[in-house]
Design a protein around this ligand. Structure first.
Ligand SMILES: *Cc1c(COP(=O)(O)O)cnc(C)c1O
Length: 395
């Protein structure tokens, strides 16, 4: 027995962790000592922060804070109960209405998080008699939702529409079919061809389910997201998103038809059995939607910074993936080298965490650069110079 007391699983835990350490896959938490912004303070030092999903700099914006504090003062900190008991305040109702109008759908429903939305919704849309077709690079919360659904799940090669079409044709008529895809793939920054996928779904009678976690607030007219960008009918797809990224706050959501939302209120377990979000968070979410819709130039700044950075990284001959401006990836390959580069950037006071398996496939380790509209040209230059001085990519 060790001096930490009785722990029958001690050797299991340590062996498992040792495996991570031996393979450069061990992770630990960094203690951040400042508000969310384009610089981040860790262990008393400031770093330029390219690791945040706060793409529009709203997480620490005065507008959101003011609204949130007003509501905090009058409504308090907790919501007290789950939505179906007594947690569904009129702030919820207002937010869900705004969300539906923002997304161009009949209705919307707010979940505790995007993760909760994915596991709660997918698992109730399909069951053991049904089929899920899911992109190989979908987010972990989608993967978990598919597992909970216990439906037959076919993983199709990333964005392979021929594969998808053949699978849809092959399984037509075998129960319900759900096609599930991220809109922007979070670790690649590329965009699914939603118009073509939607046409296939329509032709074969499948339902399209999209996770627009990284598109909401950034893509489409006034940041309405990917469904708007592709001009698809909002009520005919299931659209998931989160308030935790470009919207700078917290909470997941679903937007779609009235019937869909009513079904979910009555079935989605992560909605039914989890406490409603706090009033102050709902107020921040509401204000975030207002900010994004009124378009104060944040999206334009983000796009300008993004295209400049892409150009520079390409100029350095780096293997960059993706299409969108706010998520750019430098594919390195080896996990060890990715970690070395990340450590090197860290010495240069730039924070870009290494993205390693299981988040990405083996031999596809990478640096994921998240941009914010609050970055400036100096930040980009520091980054490009650091990459340049590292030099030996793939060496
Ligand atoms: C971040 C993310 C989620 C989870 O959203 P949270 O609100 O952070 O729980 C779901 N899907 C995708 C694609 C994401 O990137």
């Amino acid at each position: 027995m060790s001096d930490s007391g009785y722990n029958p699983w001690e050797s299991f835990f340590s062996k498992s962790l040792l495996r991570y350490k031996d393979n450069d896959l061990y992770r630990s938490l960094k203690i951040v000592d400042c508000q969310q912004s384009k610089t981040i303070r860790i262990n008393g030092r400031d770093y330029v922060n390219f690791s945040s999903n706060d793409y529009l700099g709203l997480a620490n914006s005065g507008l959101l804070k003011t609204k949130s504090m007003e509501i905090l003062n009058t409504w308090g900190t907790g919501s007290g109960a789950s939505p179906l008991i007594s947690g569904h305040s009129k702030l919820y109702r207002q937010l869900e209405k705004s969300l539906a109008s923002f997304k161009g759908t009949e209705a919307g429903l707010v979940f505790p998080s995007g993760y909760a939305a994915n596991i709660g919704v997918i698992s109730q849309l399909v069951g053991p008699e049904d089929l899920i077709l899911s992109d190989a690079l979908n987010h972990a919360s989608i993967v978990d939702g598919c597992r909970l659904a216990r439906a037959k799940t076919l993983i199709y090669p990333h964005c392979d529409l021929d594969f998808l079409k053949n699978a849809l044709a092959k399984y037509q008529g075998h129960g319900k079919t759900l096609v599930v895809t991220d809109t922007i793939f979070s670790m690649d920054g590329d965009l699914a061809l939603l118009d073509e996928i939607f046409s296939l779904c329509r032709f074969y009678g499948a339902l399209l389910y999209v996770d627009d976690a990284h598109g909401t607030g950034v893509l489409g007219e006034n940041g309405k997201g990917s469904i708007d960008l592709f001009d698809l009918p909002g009520n005919e797809v299931v659209q998931i998103g989160t308030f935790s990224k470009a919207l700078g706050s917290m909470g997941g959501f679903v937007a779609g038809s009235k019937l869909l939302i009513d079904y979910l209120i009555n079935n989605a377990r992560s909605f039914i059995y989890s406490t409603a979000l706090p009033p102050a968070i709902l107020a921040a979410n509401q204000e975030a939607l207002n900010c994004v819709r009124s378009d104060d130039g944040r999206r334009e700044r983000l796009a300008r910074l993004g295209s400049l950075l892409r150009q520079k990284l390409k100029g350095l001959g780096l293997n960059i993936g993706g299409h969108v401006h706010h998520i750019q990836t430098v594919i390195v390959g080896s996990t060890k080298e990715t970690k070395l580069i990340s450590d090197y950037l860290w010495q240069k006071r730039i924070y870009i965490p290494p993205i390693r398996p299981p988040t990405v496939p083996k031999d596809k380790s990478r640096l994921r650069i998240s941009l914010s509209s609050e970055h400036d040209l100096e930040d980009l230059e520091a980054l490009v110079e650091a990459f340049e001085s590292w030099g030996g990519f793939g060496g």
